[in-house]
Design a protein around this ligand. Structure first.
Ligand SMILES: *Cc1c(COP(=O)(O)O)cnc(C)c1O
Length: 387
């Protein structure tokens, strides 16, 4: 076996060589502490501020509204807990959806333990939150709504404008986990009244351990990580300068090459999806045809077990994941697929194929053949599967 094909880009992406090249000088030359007043510090600080401007430009917001963090997980925790504690005197009701990343769901669970009351909005069979459900769920004591931009397991892109406007009209802070959307689809924060937004570097060919929380001007949020006066007093800790610079570079590239990447990735993923559905029997596609991050293809293979499919494909050099990466290893079916009405036994057979810009369209044949062989073999061994 010599072929290696990575189809797990929603878990992480290979850093773009241009990103690494941009980062290197911040390890070897401009390694100063960005808080220092001397030129060593100023040099590092300039790198951070340039990245901040690139990222603000990508989202059509102000550089002052961008706060660097250690990634999507920290940004989600910061947004949810920071908003809840800042505004708890106004109310203790918080709203999210059933299909969020665990960084959101666990933050909500943490707050429920501390006396907050949470509503988890359902989704339809495609993974969409109904804006009317949100409208009805908001109460006078609701202080936060958090709904993800695009889902990491099935790729569903929510009706963000509508959801954000409902919150804006009701005066409720609206956070969105945009980790899977940022850099892949256009996001315009001048048009969409999102109050807070999380993104991450390593999902768009940037480094791991860096992300942002966007905080719209006028939105009050409690400091969550305390210490020094970094990031205008809102997020303490010496900045990870090379990672921030790398993230800025990655975002700049993602923005400049968005259409080209989208065309390439969508083309491969759609061909893959079409062929699997045509060539392998008893396959269910999870998610919407449209309004989806097209590189994300979630499929259930009746009668085959997800973890077994992963291991079989791994033996042929293909890397995929079952359900969400954060729960792989655990045996419960994906909470996202369950919320979409997929029966638990079928959800256990789900595999997420997530394509990226480095994939080769010429590999589709090999992927399909490996997958066919794996599914046939596992179904043959299954006492439950009858074609
Ligand atoms: C990956 C991911 C996160 C976590 O981001 P990290 O930078 O890995 O902490 C949060 N939300 C979604 C939707 C993700 O896909």
């Amino acid at each position: 076996m010599d072929k290696l094909i990575y189809l797990d880009h929603n878990s992480t992406t290979p850093p773009d060589p241009r990103v690494i090249k941009a980062m290197l000088p911040y390890y070897t030359e401009a390694w100063g502490n960005a808080s220092s007043l001397h030129q060593f510090g100023r040099h590092a600080k300039a790198g951070i501020e340039e990245a901040r401007e690139i990222i603000a430009g990508a989202f059509n917001c102000l550089p002052e509204e961008i706060f660097f963090t250690s990634g999507g997980t920290e940004s989600d925790n910061f947004a949810v807990k920071g908003t809840a504690y800042e505004h708890r005197s106004k109310g203790r009701h918080i709203i999210t959806s059933k299909i969020e990343h665990h960084a959101i769901l666990e933050s909500f669970a943490f707050l429920e333990e501390d006396g907050f009351e949470a509503t988890y909005l359902p989704v339809d069979k495609y993974g969409f939150v109904d804006p009317d459900d949100l409208r009805k769920a908001i109460r006078s004591d609701t202080i936060l709504v958090s709904i993800m931009y695009a889902n990491n397991e099935v790729g569903t892109i929510q009706r963000m404008d509508e959801l954000a406007w409902i919150c804006a009209e009701k005066g409720v802070i609206f956070h969105s986990d945009a980790v899977q959307a940022a850099g892949k689809i256009p996001i315009d924060l001048k048009k969409t009244p999102i109050s807070l937004m999380s993104t991450s570097g390593h999902k768009i060919y940037g480094p791991k351990g860096v992300g942002i929380l966007y905080v719209r001007q006028g939105t009050r949020i409690m400091r969550w990580q305390t210490g020094g006066h970094h990031e205008r007093g809102l997020r303490a800790g010496t900045e990870n300068v090379p990672a921030i610079v790398g993230y800025g570079k990655a975002m700049g590239l993602a923005r400049a090459e968005m259409r080209e990447n989208d065309r390439k990735i969508s083309g491969m993923a759609e061909e893959f999806r079409r062929r699997v559905l045509a060539e392998i029997p008893d396959v269910r596609f999870n998610g919407p045809e449209n309004d989806r991050i097209k590189g994300t293809v979630s499929l259930c293979f009746k009668g085959a077990e997800g973890e077994a499919i992963i291991l079989n494909l791994d033996m042929t050099g293909i890397g995929v994941t079952s359900g969400s990466a954060c729960t792989s290893g655990a045996l419960e079916p994906s909470h996202v697929l369950t919320a979409m009405g997929v029966p638990p036994e079928l959800a256990q057979s789900a595999i997420r194929f997530s394509f990226g810009k480095d994939n080769d369209p010429g590999d589709i044949d090999y992927i399909i053949n490996s997958l066919k062989a794996a599914i046939e073999k596992l179904r043959m061994m299954s006492p439950f599967y009858q074609s």
